[in-house]
Design a protein around this ligand. Structure first.
Ligand code: ZN
Length: 438
C-alpha cells in the first residue's frame, strides 16, 4: 500500500516548512522530496493499483497528525452522549489522528481494567489513536490515590481527575511525586470548589445582568498558583488543563520564566468566545471553567502567541439534550469541539496571533512532547498526517457531525479552513471528498 501526497505545504515545526511530496509505504513515511515529484513508483506498483493513492495536496497544508490531548469519549457508562467509536470518528473528521481521553467515565478510569478496555476498543475500531488518561484518585473523589504503576503498565499516558480538582494539596503533592517517578504528567483541572461553589457562569457583568451565580477567575488561578508551587516543591511537571483566565496566564508565564516545569493548554472556545455567548447560545455556552471576558480572551491569545500556553485542546465534552435543554443553572458543563477545532484555531493564524508553524506546534508537536507521543513528518516515522484545506469554507451544521452530541455554540457559524484528510499509520481514516462536508 502506497500513498503519495503531492505538492502540499508541509509544516513540521522545527524541521521543515515548504512545498514537498511525501511518499508513504506500509504505514511509514519513506520519502520526502521538496517540490518536484517523488521518482515514479516502480512499475509493478503503478498508480492504477487499487490500493495505491495519489493525493493532490496543492494549495493544502500537510501537517503531522493533530493530537487532541483533552477529550471526553463518555464510554464506558454514558454511551448515549458519545462512544469510543463516535468519538474517534468525530476526531478523524476533525483532523485529529490521536486523542487523549479523560477518566471521568462510569466506571471511572482508575483501574487497569478500564484503561485496557478503552485501548482494546480503540484498537479494534482502528480509526484514530486513543491514549487514555487515568485518574489521579479512585473514583476521581480526591480521597485515595490510584496505583499509577499499574495504570502506566496498562497504557495510561497521564493522570488527571479532570472534572474535579484535587483539592487536597498534600494529596496533589504525593500524586505529583509518584507520577514524576514514573515519568507521567499530572493534568490539573484547576478549580477551587469553595470559590466556584454553585456558580453557573463567569462572575461578571453578564452574570449580573442575567441573574446567574458567578464563578470568579480566582477559583481557577488560585489552583494554578498552588500547582505551580507544588511543582517547584517536588520538581515534578504539571500540566494545566483548559486555561480560561488572564490571571492564570500571568501565573504560568511567571512560573515558566523561573524555570518551573509547568505546561498549559486552552481550548478554541476560550480564545474565540466570551461570557456574552451565554446570551446567544444559552446552555451551549455553559462550560467549566466558564467563558470569561474580552480581556481574558485577549490574555489567552497573548499567552498562545508568546508560548505561555503550549497546547490547544478541545475539552470535547458531549452531552445530550437531556443535560442541555434545561434551565441554565442545572445544565451540564461542556461543549463538543473536535469537529470545529481546526477552523477555529486557524483563525488565530488569520488574525496574526500565531504563525502556521506555531499553530501546528500547539496542536501536535507540543501535546506529543508533553505526553511522550510521536509527532512529525520525517522519513522513517509513522505516517500520521493531517491535510487541511485553508480555503474550504462552510457553515457549521451539528446535525452532520460524527459526534453523537450536538452541544456546540458554533452552530450556523461560517468557518474557513477544514481538514480534508486524516491519516493514521498510513491509512486514510477520513477523506472530505468521500464523506462530504460536515
Ligand atoms: Zn476539566
Amino acid at each position: 500500500m502506497q500513498i503519495r501526497i503531492n505538492g502540499g505545504r508541509l509544516v513540521d515545526p522545527g524541521h521543515f516548512d515548504g512545498i514537498a511530496d511525501i511518499l508513504i509505504e506500509d504505514g511509514r513515511i519513506v520519502k520526502i522530496v521538496e517540490i518536484g515529484a517523488v521518482p515514479d513508483l516502480d512499475p509493478a506498483s503503478n498508480t492504477q493499483h487499487p490500493e495505491h493513492r495519489i493525493i493532490d495536496a496543492s494549495g493544502k497544508i500537510v501537517t503531522p497528525g493533530l493530537i487532541d490531548m483533552h477529550v471526553h469519549l463518555r464510554e464506558p457508562g454514558h454511551e448515549y452522549k458519545e462512544t469510543i467509536e463516535s468519538g474517534c470518528r468525530s476526531a478523524a473528521w476533525g483532523g485529529f489522528s490521536a486523542v487523549c481521553c479523560m477518566p471521568n467515565t462510569s466506571p471511572v478510569n482508575d483501574s487497569r481494567q478500564v484503561t485496557e478496555y478503552i485501548r482494546a476498543k480503540a484498537k479494534q475500531l482502528n480509526l484514530v489513536r486513543v491514549f487514555p488518561v487515568a485518574a489521579v484518585s479512585k473514583g476521581i473523589e480526591g480521597r485515595v490515590l490510584c496505583d499509577y504503576d499499574e495504570l502506566k503498565q496498562a497504557g495510561a499516558v497521564a493522570l488527571s481527575d479532570d472534572g474535579n480538582p484535587v483539592m487536597n494539596s498534600q494529596m496533589m503533592r504525593t500524586a505529583m511525586e509518584a507520577a514524576r517517578d514514573l515519568k507521567l504528567n499530572v493534568i490539573s483541572h484547576c478549580e477551587d470548589i469553595s470559590l466556584a461553589a454553585d456558580g453557573a457562569m463567569h462572575e461578571g457583568a453578564v452574570a449580573k445582568e442575567m441573574g446567574y451565580t458567578g464563578i470568579p477567575s480566582a477559583s481557577e488561578s488560585i489552583m494554578v498558583l498552588r500547582d505551580i508551587a507544588l511543582s517547584e516543591l517536588t520538581h515534578a511537571p504539571v500540566h494545566i488543563a483548559h486555561v480560561s483566565a488572564a490571571e492564570s496566564v500571568r501565573a504560568i508565564r511567571d512560573a515558566k520564566a523561573r524555570g518551573v516545569k509547568v505546561t498549559a493548554e486552552t481550548a478554541p472556545h476560550y480564545f474565540t468566545l466570551t461570557e456574552k455567548a451565554v446570551k446567544d447560545s444559552g446552555t451551549h455556552a455553559k462550560m467549566n471553567p466558564p467563558l470569561r471576558t474580552e480581556a481574558d480572551r485577549e490574555a489567552l491569545r497573548e499567552g498562545l502567541a508568546d508560548g505561555t500556553i503550549d497546547a490547544i485542546a478541545t475539552d470535547h465534552a458531549p452531552h445530550s439534550n437531556k443535560e442541555k435543554d434545561i434551565a441554565f443553572g442545572s445544565a451540564a458543563n461542556g461543549i463538543i469541539g473536535l469537529e470545529t477545532a481546526v477552523s477555529l484555531s486557524l483563525k488565530l493564524v488569520e488574525d496574526g496571533v500565531l504563525s502556521l508553524t506555531r499553530l501546528v506546534e500547539k496542536m501536535s508537536t507540543y501535546p506529543a512532547r508533553i505526553l511522550g507521543l510521536e509527532s512529525g513528518l520525517r522519513v522513517g516515522q509513522t505516517a500520521d498526517v493531517t491535510i487541511i484545506d485553508p480555503d474550504l469554507s462552510y457553515t457549521v451544521n451539528a446535525d452532520k457531525f460524527q459526534s453523537l452530541s450536538r452541544n456546540t455554540p458554533f452552530e450556523g457559524w461560517q468557518l474557513k479552513g477544514w481538514p480534508v484528510f486524516t491519516l493514521v499509520g498510513g491509512r486514510i481514516v477520513y477523506e472530505y471528498a468521500k464523506e462530504g462536508s460536515n
